[in-house]
Ligand binder design. Structure first.
Ligand code: APR
Ligand code: ZN
Ligand code: ZN
Length: 361
């Protein structure tokens, strides 16, 4: 029986989101219905509302979530009703060229639920990142559910579904931070601060946090930054060089998504260093660099999608670290809110007041 539940819907580009009744079908083959327990508010939800991702309105927002599997369709063997899961937006196929070559994090045949959730009048909804978890229940592909230890609080576990994983993975998976490395993180919002945490977990010797907001730098210090630079009054490239004996950092992680910070990341790295690009630029942005500088510097320029994570490998590993007290996910949760407060949370996020607002059900 299809179920009627409450969900946060963006109907019209740029207009405030509203809680509406949505219809969740029974899971079909390889699908699962999940009772959502927590879902974080991410910038991407706001980008959907603003029409910045695509025009497939109406959207069912929310994609950074954890919950309990309620029902599964035929053919589902990895998860069962009652399992505590973190939702991911990368259910890998296992068959494409990337998967076969041992790089499932670049799978180009990831899939979501085949059926659509709808409004009560039958209008099909586009779930954000194929998830749509600002809803009491949601329909996903079973492969989007990763089982983790139920001892973890839903609010903490859900964070791994997007921003925190993107940041930790940028440092560990994409950047390959190792023991003794010097790391600089430009932009210390939720993603950048998670990169600080990832660098610390990987054993970096020095972690330089850069932001223009002193509050974010304070948080970065509690997350493990050894040095902070306020780019409002200090040239971050010079500061990073000075703090690394003139060399530049081994790994520079850009978590803002603007041409000037991309440029800073490029010049703040050691000659053989790695730049990891996490911040998502807008389509109109360009980066101008002298070719001689591109040619004359070694190292690597890498972009990081979803922290190059493999949910089945990384989510259980990170929840274990959390339960051991080695990964403080709770500090990312600035506030918990109800489903009716998502629009207000967008405003606070926009002002930079929060690392994460998390809807609790
Ligand atoms: N220099 C340094 N920091 C800056 C600058 C700048 N010129 N401009 C903005 N910032 C800081 C902001 O003060 C903020 O702390 O960058 C941070 C961005 O953080 P958030 O807005 O909270 O965004 P977050 O969720 O962390 O995502 C960062 O990564 O995944 C992408 O789409 C995401 O592009 C976004 C980026
Ligand atoms: Zn694949
Ligand atoms: Zn997100």
């Amino acid at each position: 029986m299809p179920q009627h539940v409450r969900g946060v819907v963006a109907r019209v580009k740029g207009e405030p989101v509203r809680v509406e009744t949505i219809v969740v079908p029974d899971p079909g083959p390889d699908e699962a219905v999940v009772r959502v327990q927590a879902c974080g508010v991410c910038h991407t939800d706001l980008h959907y509302r603003e029409g910045g991702i695509n025009d497939d309105f109406p959207f069912l927002l929310g994609h950074e979530a954890a919950g309990i599997v309620e029902a599964v369709g035929t053919g589902v063997t990895d998860v069962a009703p009652g399992d505590f899961v973190v939702l991911n937006w990368r259910a890998v196929c296992g068959r494409c060229r990337a998967c076969r070559r041992g790089r499932p994090q670049y799978c180009f045949d990831t899939h979501n639920a085949r059926q659509r959730m709808t409004l009560s009048d039958g209008t099909e909804l586009s779930p954000a990142l194929g998830i749509g978890a600002f809803a009491e229940k949601t329909l996903v592909a079973a492969g989007q559910c990763t089982k983790v230890d139920p001892a973890v609080s839903p609010a903490a576990a859900g964070l791994l579904g997007c921003g925190v994983m993107a940041g930790i993975g940028a440092a560990i998976n994409t950047g390959g931070v190792g023991r003794g490395d010097t790391v600089a993180v430009i932009g210390c919002g939720g993603v950048g601060n998670a990169a600080v945490v990832g660098a610390r977990l990987a054993g970096a010797a020095k972690i330089i946090a850069v932001d223009i907001d002193e509050r974010k730098l304070e948080t970065a210090r509690t997350m493990g930054a050894t040095d902070t630079v306020n780019a409002r009054d200090t040239d971050p490239v010079e500061a990073i060089r000075r703090l690394t004996n003139g060399f530049g950092a081994d790994i520079v992680i850009e978590a803002v998504g603007r041409p000037e910070t991309y440029r800073q990341a490029f010049y703040a790295r050691d000659l053989a260093g790695t730049v990891v690009l996490v911040g998502v630029p807008t389509p109109d942005m360009q980066l101008d660099l002298p070719l001689l500088d591109v040619f004359g510097r070694g190292g690597a320029l890498k972009s990081s999608w979803y922290g190059d994570c493999l949910p089945s490998r990384d989510f259980p590993m990170l929840t274990d670290l959390y339960l051991q007290g080695r990964l403080d996910l709770d500090s990312f949760v600035t506030e918990t809110i109800t489903l009716d407060e998502v629009e207000d949370a967008f405003a606070r996020m926009h002002k930079g007041d929060v690392l994460r607002s998390v809807v609790i059900f």
